[in-house]
Design a protein around this ligand. Sequence first.
Ligand code: NAP
Length: 301
Amino acid sequence: MSATAKKMKVGFIGLGIMGQSMAGHLLDAGHDLNVYNRTRSKAEDLIGRGAVWCDSPGKVAAASDVVITVVGYPRDVEEVYLGPAGIVAHAHEGALLIDMTTSSPDLARRIARAAVTRGMTALDAPVSGGDGGARTGTLTIMAGGSDEGFARARPLFEAMGTTIVHMGAAGAGQHTKMANQIAIASTMLAVSESLAYAEAAGLSLGQVLEVIGTGAASSFLLNGLGPKMVAADYSPGFFVHHFVKDMSIALAECERLGLDLPGLALARRLYQRLVDGGYGEEGTQALYRVYTQLMGVSDAV
Ligand code: NAP
């Protein structure tokens, strides 16, 4: 911990692919950590490093000054914050609540309102940068909520991320994350189609990635997930089912805004095929399965 950073009592709920690494950085930064996860075994490593297990989100909240959550779906966020054994019912006055799950802007605003009525502050602060960014503490963090809440959260964000931006009022972090996911949706189509074309043309896919990965088509996703597509390595960094959740939230927001985004709609449709085919627990690079099937290389989907 730096000389100016203050040690805080931090609660962390949701210790999956992202949460485990993020919580670990807070321990490394010298904060006290109270943890809860639906499946307790995922907390064992952190407990071994000094974190304290609590039996419910409410118990984490009661023991902490700041509570951070990285769970799965909006329904999990709602249960963890607004349920009877949840954070808002059990945190103490003055607590800072930070949801870093990718969730809906509307739910973020509802939680912020519920928090204010109990004398607490809530931020929505979803992240980008993948499991790698979580591991290396280099996430991009986009926050919505009050200036005061953001200022208090900043030292914690700095332990987990490198690009940290206050986007506006409650819900603005989630709206920014939707803009991020919309860009990813069409990029994943583009990466898959590029490789499908190269494969159909009989090129060496490794060579194609080497070449186009340094030219104008280069991107984080092409360079990071392209090689996994080529190796048919569909192990999850970011689950297909979570991405379908994100695109569904974005499409619902588009409907509310009267906005038609055909790239996003197509990506959701193709990813839904993966879920229907039983591939929801794979990583988002599994989109390439849809294209190999379309090319007749495999009948997997
Ligand atoms: P994950 O591995 O499924 O982690 C979610 C964790 O939350 C799981 O350990 C789960 O418990 C726990 N959880 C869910 N509901 C809970 C509840 N009601 N009470 C307590 N714990 C609960 O998923 P992830 O990849 O870490 O992603 C987490 C969130 O970050 C998602 O919203 C995702 O869209 C977003 N995100 C992910 C990435 C990425 O690259 N992975 C990047 C940016 C954002 P169990 O252990 O019982 O399943």
